[in-house]
Design a protein around this ligand. Structure first.
Ligand code: ADP
Ligand code: MG
Length: 226
């Protein structure tokens, strides 16, 4: 049972202006521990939709998602929130951070939510920020950080949350090539610590370094090794 995420007959349709948009049709995919997978496909193909479903922020039209073998449909809101908190972090293209809190606090938040004291949470957060080379930016607010620094704070927060699943929706989409490489290097480190990582990206260099690519087109997701 090394499948961390198991997706069975997943379908997602939206209804807009009385017409049905069939974004995902009958997807069957498993992700294993320690896998770093690139999710590629043109804009509008359903990458964000797919990540939102796996993050349990949205519900499928049909089909099922199992996280660590546990069902995620027809469970209580409370169970679902616990499942998210214990297992899943998501990193977006931007607006990842709470603007009224500094780097240290943004990273400490998952620890404080888990019930740790403010002092020990911020001490741990400082250590993690140091790991992503932001030891000199602890008291900076998001608006005073560069795009690459903001993404590294978001990565630090997902490290602090200690979830085994990390979903990232075009995390380097707004970054230049050099900064993208640097930010991606931290995802490679997370893979080494056996996290399961799914990254939606248009960046071919990132896709090349992933274990494999999942490609979305016409509502289907197929594995491709190139
Ligand atoms: P991607 O992330 O690959 O660019 P999305 O998952 O954001 O694609 O969107 C896939 C398709 O689903 C698009 O056609 C988009 O317009 C549509 N879509 C996404 N969310 C909704 C929604 N809440 N209501 C209606 N249509 C949606
Ligand atoms: Mg998207």
């Amino acid at each position: 049972m090394s499948d961390i995420i198991k997706i069975k007959n997943l379908q997602k349709h939206f209804i807009a202006n009385r017409s049905v948009i069939k974004v995902l049709n009958n997807i069957n995919i498993n992700l294993k521990k320690g896998e770093l997978v690139a999710l590629m496909g043109p804009s509008g193909s359903g990458k964000s939709t797919f990540l939102h479903l796996i993050s349990l922020l949205d519900t499928p039209t049909k089909g099922e998602i199992f996280i660590f073998g546990k069902k995620t449909q027809n469970i209580s809101e409370k169970q679902k929130n616990l499942m998210i908190r214990n297992n899943i972090s998501i990193i977006f293209q931007n607006n990842n951070l709470l603007s009224d809190f500094n780097s240290l606090e943004n990273v400490a938040i998952p620890l404080i939510i888990r019930g740790e004291k403010y002092k020990s949470s911020t001490e741990k957060a400082a250590k993690i920020l140091d790991k992503v080379n932001l030891g000199h930016r602890l008291k900076h607010f998001p608006s005073d950080l560069s795009g690459g620094e903001q993404q590294r704070v978001a990565i630090a927060r997902s490290i602090a949350s200690e979830t085994n699943i990390i979903l990232a929706d075009e995390p380097t989409g707004n970054l230049d090539e050099k900064t993208s490489k640097e930010v991606f290097s931290y995802f490679l480190k997370l893979k080494k610590s056996k996290k399961t990582i799914l990254i939606a990206t248009h960046n071919r260099d990132i896709a090349k370094q992933a274990d494999y690519t999942l490609r979305i087109s016409n509502g289907n997701i197929k594995r491709s090794n190139a």
